[in-house]
Design a protein around this ligand. Sequence first.
Ligand code: UD1
Length: 417
Amino acid sequence: MGRYIVYGGKKLFGITDIHGSKNAALPVLCGCIINSGINVIRNCPKITDVFNTCHILEKAGCKIKWDGSTVIVDSSKARFIVIDDELTGRMRSSIIFMGAFCGRFKKAVVSKPGGCRIGKRPVDIHIEALEQMGVVITEGLNCFSCSAGKMKPCEINLRFPSVGATENIMLTASCINGVTVIKNAACEPEIECLAEFLTSIGAETVCENGKITVCGTDKFNNTEFSIIPDRIEAGTYIAACACAGGEIFLKNANVSHMKKVIEVFEKTGCKISFCDGGIYVKSSGKDITPQNVKTGVYPYFPTDMQPQLMSVLTLAKGTSIINESVFENRFNHALELNKMGANIEIDGCVAAIKGVTKLEACELTAFDLRAGAGLIIAALTCDGISYVNGAEYIKRGYEAIDKSFADLGVSVRFENR
Ligand code: UD1
């Protein structure tokens, strides 16, 4: 528990490092159970979701050792465990242990992911796909039980390119001798990162235009692997600079993963340029141009950047429209922004944001990870001190957000309560 105290009204100036990607690290860590060996995973973010994943791996007999931002996972003595809701806690993404366990242990019992603040988030696509691979799945009241003794390589055509379902299939398929093909697969950079990891342990995996080919094996090797930089973390600091103003450099940010995000923030008025080492952003924080943006699967504008963009657009010179097409209930932050004086109207999955000239500092509550980041960004634009409750959500996905903002010259302090 805790909150962030945001001292607003200052522009951002400075350089900060972008950490490893949360959404890439989680499936890679799950995948470490597959090779019965040593996995040296570099550039791993120190965030709650990663610690929870490591905790499950430890419970399953893996040895975990941290050295800076490198985590070493020794899965040689891994054993089957039931992944109950005490272990999965609030981490919905633990559903991808299902695929990794089916691959390594030929069985899995995983508690059902609970309801979520940003939508219902069913797992029907995961289940259908694993069943197609020969996994027999029984749905209990609280968990899914999987028996994966008779799996076979196959061709799977996803009816929606779900990120988690694609990862579950990849993890399972890497352990099935033969070639599994996933069509209409998710093609986020985090999926490519998992493909490279699986290739590095011996299951050659290729992603190409929405099609993924996994050459499964039963002979794996040790690996040394590096997690890609977090495009959402980088995007969050771009958004902060876009509305608070300033001049910042995001070290290690990977521009090739962020084309749509950069395009949208350039249109709001930011000057953005890049070099090998990262992304440079400059903004006056004034005269923000309104936008009409629809979130979508990669390479479209990421839903995980929608709350941060909304905060920026509350101060635009005119009316913006955001259409949230990925999750059906991801506008909780709009009510909090309206408390600050924003003018946002929600109609189903469409938000109309009429720009106002300023937001007022106040006490706010984050109900999910990216909404929390969006509220901190909005608070940075206000004269005065704001409080953002729900710090535990923000810590799920941002390593030391207080330190990163301090690098950029503004004060966002964590208070444990
Ligand atoms: C992942 C990311 C999350 C991001 C999301 C979309 C991780 C740990 N999380 O979540 O940060 O916001 O991708 O980019 O990587 N759906 C179904 N049935 C299914 C699966 C999904 O209907 O079986 C629906 C969901 O309810 C949602 C949409 O598909 O509306 C997208 O979900 P999905 O791509 O699976 O997202 P996650 O893997 O949960």
